[in-house]
Write a new protein. Structure first.
Length: 221
């Protein structure tokens, strides 16, 4: 008579081998999740690092200057081509600069309404954002928002007319058709560092000179 083999012992419905395999699989899943979470954490830290520090601040100012230089006054009566506002209320931007600028479009150029604003991000931290929406088409009320800089900083914006700085535009006492200022000065200050200051001339407000404007008239002309 052949001996009969005993059935494998089961622990809570599992054999010992099945239990070991389940534990190994669980450990593998935990390891994979840990690697993924670490990767996400590093990516978030890298992204946050790109939005902090002097290099990121200079990059944000460069982008603002490029678009401010192209500010354009749409041919619409009583429409302010540029607006500069400041506020100390917690639910409003600390400073906001809005203007119109041409943007490339298929076979032509279109106008976009662009806003740069500094909003509170909690505590003593702020965020510099860019909002852009086309002036025509189905997305005029759906601006695209980009975060340019975040952290502890202060941004001051002033517009100039006749070498006079203004921190609000259009001027409250100006009863004429709103116009563009001559230039815009940006001053971004980081803790413990000297201010980063730039002044940008608005190209459409510069006089257009002809190709021979710099030539001296000849004698006898």
């Amino acid at each position: 008579m052949m001996p009969r083999h005993s059935a494998p012992r089961r622990l809570a419905g599992f054999t010992f081998v099945e239990l070991l395999l389940a534990l190994a699989l669980g450990a593998l899943v935990v390891t994979i999740l840990g690697v993924l979470l670490r990767g996400l954490f590093v990516a978030n830290e890298h992204q946050a690092g790109r939005l902090r520090g002097a290099p990121a601040a200079r990059a944000a100012l460069r982008q603002m200057n490029r678009e401010i230089a192209c500010a354009f006054a749409p041919p619409v009566e009583k429409l302010a081509p540029l607006e500069l506002t400041t506020s100390t209320e917690p639910d409003k931007p600390q400073v906001a600069l809005s203007f119109y600028a041409p943007v490339p479009a298929p076979l032509e150029y279109d106008l976009a309404h662009i806003t740069y604003e500094v909003v509170r991000a909690g505590g003593d931290r702020f965020a510099l954002r860019r909002l852009a929406a086309p002036c025509s088409g189905p997305y005029t009320n759906a601006p695209v928002t980009n975060l340019l800089y975040a952290g502890r900083f202060a941004l001051e914006i002033a517009v100039f007319t006749n070498d006079t700085p203004h921190t609000a535009w259009p001027l409250p006492q100006d009863k004429e058709q709103p116009a563009l200022p001559k230039s815009v000065r940006l001053t971004l200050t980081l803790p413990g560092q000297p201010p980063l200051a730039t002044e940008t001339l608005i190209q459409t407000m510069l006089p257009v000179r002809g190709p021979h404007a710099s030539q001296e008239p000849k004698a006898g002309d």
